[in-house]
Design a protein around this ligand. Structure first.
Ligand code: ATP
Length: 308
């Protein structure tokens, strides 16, 4: 039986008030199973990061629920509950240069959460945990006395990963975690994240725009367009049988490594104006087991005709 670690129900996230109100995410519905890698993909500004930040409590939500391990965690929480969530949900940020305190040593950066949550028995235990983690992310124990500015961007991201995983979180939100890394290092880091996932029983929420990376890493994928989740499916199902026109357009732009096929491929252009939602309103529909699509009654009937 798969168990749901996270459930997102009718979630809306908005910024500003009154006339200036901007709804960045609306009607979001999806869940993340324990132990899986779930990815949110979409173009820049579609709301991926906003959802990740809301799960971790950094963005307020304006409607709906975020459920973690069966408990609602958005909105006001008792201090001890919030603390528990902060430990159990760790984030790996997009920009390691901005997210690491440059005046702290790497040893302190990786240890900070351990100190805050008393997660070690004695100094020797803390040192062991930190040494183990720094080695696991491909750096060396002698790096621990240095400062973030002494590292390359890629190495700084490894420090960010170590800082998150040393907490033994249940959910890791990784926001474009490898886009800052050298191409040669990316696969190593993805493999490392997968290995740590197996060893520590982690669940990942990946936020990404590079579909080849997403295909490699994900069990299931949600596609988001302008704040609306338009499709959710298992990875291979999504790539082999994309249903929503936006997903089809996104996948048609993925480069094919074969130059002949690449020249022959046809780009599908997405036109959001084709949806008429004035009367027949859209909703998320499970069109076949595990494959969800956003559409109104007429569209869903059409998708069923074409895809089932
Ligand atoms: P990227 O890949 O560029 O990070 P994204 O899909 O993660 O893009 P978000 O960063 O989630 O997109 O942004 C979604 C929308 O919400 C954007 O239009 C952004 O300008 C807006 N937004 C995000 N944070 C805020 C904020 N604090 N105040 C106002 N608007 C915001």
């Amino acid at each position: 039986m798969t168990e749901k670690l996270v459930e997102i129900k009718d979630l809306e996230i908005s910024f500003g008030e009154g006339k200036k109100k901007f709804v960045a995410v609306k009607n979001a519905n999806f869940f993340i199973n324990k132990g899986e890698t779930f990815s949110l993909v979409g173009e820049s500004g579609s709301g991926k990061t906003t959802i990740g930040r809301a799960i971790i409590g950094l963005n307020e939500t304006s409607k709906g629920d975020i459920v973690f391990n069966g408990d609602k965690i958005n909105g006001k929480l008792p201090a001890d509950k919030r603390r528990e969530v902060i430990r159990k949900i760790q984030m790996i940020f997009q920009d390691p240069a901005a997210s690491l305190n440059d005046r702290a040593t790497v040893d302190y950066i990786i240890s900070e959460g351990l100190y805050n949550f008393n997660l070690f028995e004695n100094e020797e235990d803390r040192k062991n945990k930190v040494r183990e983690m720094i080695t696991a992310v491909g750096l060396l124990p002698e790096h621990l006395t240095r400062y973030p500015h002494e590292f390359s961007g890629g190495q700084r991201q490894r420090i960010g990963i170590a800082r998150a995983l040393v907490m033994h979180p249940e959910l890791v939100i990784a926001d474009e975690p490898i886009s800052a890394l050298d191409v040669s290092v990316r696969a190593q880091v993805l493999n490392l994240l997968k290995k740590l996932q197996n060893e520590l029983g982690l669940t990942y929420l990946f936020v990404a725009h590079d579909l080849s990376v997403v295909r490699f890493i994900s069990d299931r994928i949600a596609v988001i367009h302008k704040g609306v989740i338009v499709e959710v499916a298992e990875t291979e199902e999504l790539f082999n049988n994309p249903i929503h026109p936006y997903t089809q357009s996104l996948l048609s732009a993925v480069p094919i490594p074969d130059p002949i096929l690449e020249r022959q491929k046809e780009l599908i252009v997405y036109n959001p104006d084709t949806h008429d939602y004035s009367v027949d309103k859209p909703e998320m529909v499970e069109i076949k087991p595990g494959h969800y699509v956003w559409g109104n009654k007429a569209e869903i009937a059409d998708y069923r005709r074409k895809h089932l």
